[in-house]
Each structure stands twice: as C-alpha cells, then as structure tokens.
Design a binder for this molecule. Sequence first.
Ligand SMILES: Cc1ncc(C[n+]2csc(CCOP(=O)(O)OP(=O)(O)O)c2C)c(N)n1
Length: 511
Amino acid sequence: MVRKHWSPAAIKNGIEICFANPGTTEMPLVQAMDSVPGLRGILCLHENVATGAADGYGRMTGHPALCLLHLGPGLANGLTNLHNARRAFTPVLNVIGEHATWHRSADPLLATDIEAVARTVSDYIKRNRGTATIASDLAEAITATMEKGGRIATLIVPHDFQISNVDGQIPERRNLPKAPHSTRHVAKTAQALKAGKSALLLGGAALSERGIKLAGRIAAASGADLLCDTFFARMERGGDLPAPTRLPYFPDQAVEIARRYQHVIVVGTRRPVAFFGYPGLPSYLITEEQTVMLSGPQDDTLGALAALAAEVNAPEVVEPNAGELPIMPKGALDARSVSTVIARLQPANCIVMDEALTVGMPYFDASRHALRFSHLMLTDGAIGEGPGAATGAAIACSDRKVINYQSDGCGASSVQAFWTQARENLDVVTIIGSNRSYNILRVELLRAGVTRPGLIAGSMSSLDRPFLDWVKIGEGFGVPSVAVDSAEALARELERALMQKGPRLIEAIMA
Ligand SMILES: Cc1ncc(C[n+]2csc(CCOP(=O)(O)OP(=O)(O)O)c2C)c(N)n1
C-alpha cells in the first residue's frame, strides 16, 4: 500500500517532521505516519501556523519540513508564511491531497486549481500521475526544496493514488552539486575594497556564524564597515561575534547610511530594495555605481568570503565586539524598555523570533551586546509569522530556549500556534508588545504628512475597541499567561518564564 510506502520514502529522504492541517484527501498519508516510526506529525490549527512552523524549522535545521495541507483552500490559507519562507530561502515541501482523479470532473466541493495557488510561491510544482511514481515524485520534490539555496516545492497527490497498492524501491533524493563561487567577483571585490571607503552588506549565509566571522576578518583587513539586510532570515549575533549595522526600514534613512560609501559589496543577498515606493525616493537603496556583487542568496557565499579573506590577507583573529548592554529600564513600558528587558535577560544560545515591528525597532541595537543567540526576523513583510515560526524553531532545537518577540497586531494573525506550543510542550516564551494599535500604519501616515487621520483611517489602525486580552487568548489555547505594565514586572515575569520549561506568554502593556 502507498500508506506503507509513503513514510519510509519521506524518512529516507530526510523528512522528520510533518506540520499538518489535513482533511479527508490527506488521511491515507496521515495514516501512513503511524505505519513506521520516524515521521513526527504535528497538528496546527491553521495552515499559516503550519507553513510558519516549517519556515522556522527550516531556518534552524537547513532541511525541509513537510506541510500537509488540504486542497487549494488549505494551501491558500498557508500562503502568507510561504511568502516569508520563500524570501528566507527556506526549503519547504507542501504536499496537497487532491480529490480522486475520477471524482474531479463532477466539480466537487473544495475543487480548486491547486497549481494556480501553488504557483505564487512555489518554484517546483508537480501533480502525481499514479501510484507507481508517488515515492519517486516525493524524492524529486524534496530534492527541489534544496535547490538554489532553499526553495518551496509543492506536490499534489490525488486521493485514489494514495490508497492503491504499490511495490518497489524507495528512491533517494539526489545530492546536488554545489556551484563554485565566482573568482572574478572575488577579484573585483578585492579591488573595490582598495579603491575607497566600502561596506559589506551581509545577508543569507553571510550571517551564519562562519560567514559573519569571515566578514569581520575582511573588515579588519580592509577597513570596510559591516552592514546587514533589514529583514534577514537568520543571523548569529551577540557574544564576541562581529556586529553589523542593520539597514533601516525607512528608505531615506537607509540611503543616508549607504551614501557614506563609495562601494557597497553585496554578500549572500540581493541589491537592497525599499519596502515601499515613496514619492521622491529610489527603489534601490544603493546606486548601481556603488553596487559590487560578491554573491547572491543562491551562490556559494561562504566560499566567496573565504576566498576574499585570503585575497585581502585577513587576520586570523580580530578584536572582539566589546561593549555593554543598555541599563535595565524602570517604570512604564515603551518600545525601548520592552526591547531592553528582553536583550538583557535572554539566555545564552537562545533563539529570538522577532516579529515586533515598531515595538521591536530598538531591539536590534539593544541586543548588540547580548549573549550569543540566533535572531530570526519576518522576511517578506507578510504578517502573522512569529508564533508559527517560533513553534517550528522550538521543534527544530528542543534544547534551546525560544523567545518570540511579537507585536500585538501581527500576533493576532496566528494565535492558533499557542495551542500547538501547549500540546507539544514547546519551550517558547512569547512576549507580546501590546501597543494596542497597528502603529506602523500611523507612523507611515505621519511620514506622509497626515497629522490628523480621519475617523476611518484612525479606526483602521487602532486595536483598542475592544482590547485584545492576551492573557485570556494565551490561556484559552493552553499557555500559562500573564500581563505586566512596568519594566520591573516584565523583568520579573520574564526571568520566571525563562526558568521554567514549556510555553509561556507575557503581555507587555505599553503606556
Ligand atoms: C498579510 C499582511 N496583511 C496586512 C499587512 C499590512 N500590515 C503591515 S504592518 C500591519 C500592522 C502591524 O501591527 P502590529 O503588529 O501591532 O505592529 P505595530 O505596527 O503596532 O508595531 C499591517 C496590518 C501585511 N504587511 N501583511
């Protein structure tokens, strides 16, 4: 039976976790998970939690999780976080159960053009054509997720093919040859570093521990500054690691920083683009003349950095990133004080999933001298990622504490993740920066010169009628929760939460 064949095929190809919100057309595949040990099924109460979790899991492990989703509407529900995963270059495999082939012509409920939905985020889409190829299709789709630095693959499997008999070998995914880095780009970069004041703009693999250390050595040899992407997928930070300056979100501020350099060397990412188009401001944050490409997100960035380090005679050891954390705040809570309390108390080796928008704006600088940690961010601006991604990160790294620093509006989009955290007893502490507004929309209006928004514009950006009661929300999904409104109380509750195992939620109510 395919049921029996399916799980071994997934496991043999390196899949260990299946984040699922299944329906009838996926149930044979769900049953298959019981047939052999090794594939852990995790129920998510919304598909966007499943896809967000797969993103968090993939960013922490470097290999794909499987998302089992129900027909077109199930996949559509998960699209937001597949957008984020795509920008993060996270490998993710979606498997979609489809109606039985003989039943589709009757236009049953839930019949959808699944390929059309999948196309918006997937680089690889395949419709399984028969039982005999299910296992090889699966192996091929898993291989596709590992291509070009990490991709989204979607495999559609009709229900009748899931329940038929199948024999034969279980194929393995192909090992993809790694494209070598460009020696021409290395030579051009070395020249640019000599020509004038430069910065290395780091993203992707350049923000891994190895990448950032190589970049630090190159900076020490050449006098270049280190910058990083505004919305990076994962960055190793704190301790004695080099600490790049993050390009600001607002393009005028980013351009102001970029203007200081004759050359900006792009490493592991793309030429940076403003989030939105604002009148009078450019789309690209660095000019064409400034741009020197060392490597893009899909290239061998670590190889290129190592070659560049050799080319510029980089020292083996550089001055550690010395400095102090900001002092512990007191009194009423604001963005700065919430960010500072977290930066000061976060334990060594933790993972911080940061979807805190304006609440979290001070956090990057506040945590510059924090203990060593992995910092994950919202990569594509499609909100509602944090709780799901924190869930996936906690499953990927069960020995590490996960902190989900979360603004309230974004958090409200994926509250169902708390239930999965409770059910799986995941070690996630969620801190809701509760400003009771979609504050970024107000800031954007202000920047556009709208000092007095109209009634409708005002109500579209306020979350205060009624307040979201995060203690009830957390508790309702099974997560012990508490609300605080001072820095002292936040520090006390965060310390307490960090000492315990299992999920906790703290609502930090801002003045
Ligand atoms: C999927 C999606 N829907 C809507 C938006 C538009 N949007 C961007 S930020 C935001 C509100 C964020 O509010 P909150 O999380 O409370 O953060 P704050 O702005 O208060 O810091 C909205 C609605 C988006 N980016 N993505």
